[in-house]
Write a protein that binds this ligand. Structure first.
Ligand code: TXE
Length: 492
């Protein structure tokens, strides 16, 4: 789809909250502009949900789940509805992909190849789980000499608030919305204010699929306003959040009142470890994708590149060549392989990290600048000869900036990988199967990939620990995260 067509589409997307089966605001007069990161022009102005809208949405969700029409739909029925969403999304993938490129600034082929297929698969995957949310039969020794039968059932956690980030809004919305709906929860999605358009369009598809009133809502708005109102609302039972540790902390504090459940995915500083025995060509390709895909705005971005001393200069050279082949430009142009960062604020943040890398003495081997043109572009950037103590090795940059560090032994590679506040993902490049399993076993991370960068699949649990958060979004873990297990014991 061409840029002009995508811009027209952006004007036709709903631009209001949706809840209780209707679009619009009741009282809020606030609105915010959605800015195109490439042209810096306003794509749309979206109405913000305020206190009244948040309260009404949560009340509608509560009654849908408690005794309303949603609570009465069985697993097979929920599965049918989720499959319908998958079909509608698949049929309109082209529009979604174009809108995502426009809104986020990512090259057109990425949402085509990754975000949209993943989102569709996620809805299908959880449509399959919906009628398999089973409990367990647990043998017990009896009660006062009488036999007992004990079993568990999994019940919906209740009303789920899903707060999503701007880097892959459609895919991450699917990761949160699909498991919660499959489990029988009602969901209120608070999309990112920097890129809300695909989430609003997704809401219109969920409406079209025929979910009962209150089962799903979307509340656009700024984080400190709509997001905070939503997480503070006592009618919300569970919060699933992907974003920064700073905002994750606010979410956790809000959830602590009422001891409400949370799933928090707070990003990472993921190591990509290249051993000397790796297929160096494949490793260089994979590592480059790991740090440059989606402009580096990826929670699993492999931003710490740990390389065995014996192949260090070789890998640095190969990565510089890969960086030079990146074409910054308009996401809708054919040759473009990297787009713009999401906002001026974020571009400035990434630039401050590049300045910190230089100030702390890392060797800038490529990039570091910003092209002279409109848009929030930053060149693909690599620092060599870095240490793990440097700011660029410790903090999440969330941009196309890789930090390359040498190591001398397997133990040192693991020690550097684990010397990190975050623990989300890691990648190991080696042709030695024993080393692959040994190192994968020793790394502290929610997911380890060997000889590939962060393969995504809705069947695989996704999440981390430490500063990367807690809980898992996908696979059976995603069902567990949205249900309570109730024990029933019958004395015979
Ligand atoms: O994130 P925020 P920002 C990291 C990345 C990035 C940094 C800042 O390093 O540079 O975070 O990005 C909503 N109550 N990640 O400022 O604030 C907000 O509206 C409730 C990594 O954009 O965490 C948006 O919908 N919600 C990450 C969502 O939180 C609030 C992806 C994320 O925004 C809120 C994104 C509040 N008080 C950024 N304040 C990853 N894990 O992949 C904001 N929000």
């Amino acid at each position: 789809m061409a840029r002009a067509e995508a811009e027209r589409l952006a004007k036709s997307v709903p631009r209001e909250p949706y809840y209780a089966g209707r679009w619009g605001v009741v009282r809020s007069a606030a609105a915010f502009d959605v800015v195109d990161p490439v042209t810096e022009r306003c794509l749309a102005t979206v109405a913000e949900a305020g206190p009244v809208e948040v309260d009404e949405a949560v009340c509608a969700a509560r009654s849908a789940v408690a005794d309303g029409t949603w609570g009465r739909i069985d697993g097979a029925g929920r599965g049918r509805l989720l499959n319908r969403v998958a079909d509608l999304l698949e049929a309109r993938s082209e529009e979604f992909a174009a809108l995502e490129s426009l809104d986020v600034g990512k090259p057109w082929f990425e949402p085509h190849a990754i975000d949209l297929p993943q989102a569709v698969r996620t809805f299908r995957h959880f449509a399959g789980w919906a009628d398999k949310v089973t409990g367990r039969s647990i043998p017990t020794p009896g009660y006062m000499g009488r036999a007992t039968v004990s079993y568990t059932v999994r019940e919906p956690a209740g009303v789920v608030a899903a707060i999503t980030p701007w880097n892959s809004p459609t895919m991450i919305a699917a990761w949160k919305v699909a498991p919660a709906l499959a489990a029988g929860c009602a969901v209120i999605l608070k999309p990112p204010e920097d890129a809300p358009l695909t989430s609003l369009l997704l809401a219109s598809l969920i409406e079209e699929a025929g979910f009962p009133l209150g089962a799903f809502g979307v509340l656009p708005g700024r984080g400190p306003v709509t997001g905070q109102l939503l997480v503070d609302h006592p009618g919300v039972d569970k919060i699933t959040f992907t974003g920064s540790p700073e905002t994750g902390h606010k979410v956790a504090v809000a959830a602590a009142s009422g001891f409400r459940r949370t799933t928090l995915e707070l990003g990472g500083k993921s190591p990509q470890i290249v051993f000397a025995d790796a297929d160096l060509d494949a490793a260089a390709d994979g590592v480059a994708v790991g740090i440059f895909a989606n402009q580096g705005e990826v929670c699993a971005a492999g931003s710490r590149i740990l390389v065995a001393r014996a192949v260090y200069e070789d890998i640095v050279k190969r990565l510089v060549t890969r960086a030079h082949s990146v074409r910054l430009g308009d996401p809708f142009d054919d040759g473009t392989t990297m787009g713009a960062l999401i906002s001026a604020r974020h571009r400035d943040r990434v630039s401050r990290y590049i300045a910190a890398g230089l100030a702390e003495g890392a060797r800038l081997v490529t990039g570091g600048g910003q092209p002279r043109r409109a848009g929030y572009f930053v060149e693909p950037t690599l620092f060599a000869d870095a240490t793990n103590a440097m700011t660029i090795a410790r903090e999440e940059i969330f941009g196309p900036v890789g930090t390359i560090i040498a190591f001398d032994s397997d133990d040192e590679a693991v020690a550097i990988a684990n010397d990190c506040d975050y623990a989300l993902a890691a990648t190991v490049w080696t042709s030695d199967i024993s080393r692959a399993h040994t190192v994968a076993g020793k790394i502290r991370a929610g997911a380890v990939a060997v000889n590939g960068w962060s393969p995504l699949d809705p069947a695989l649990p996704w999440g981390g620990c430490r500063l990367s958060g807690h809980g898992r979004d996908l696979g059976w873990a995603g069902i567990e995260a949205n249900t309570e297990e109730k024990t029933v014991t019958v004395v015979l």
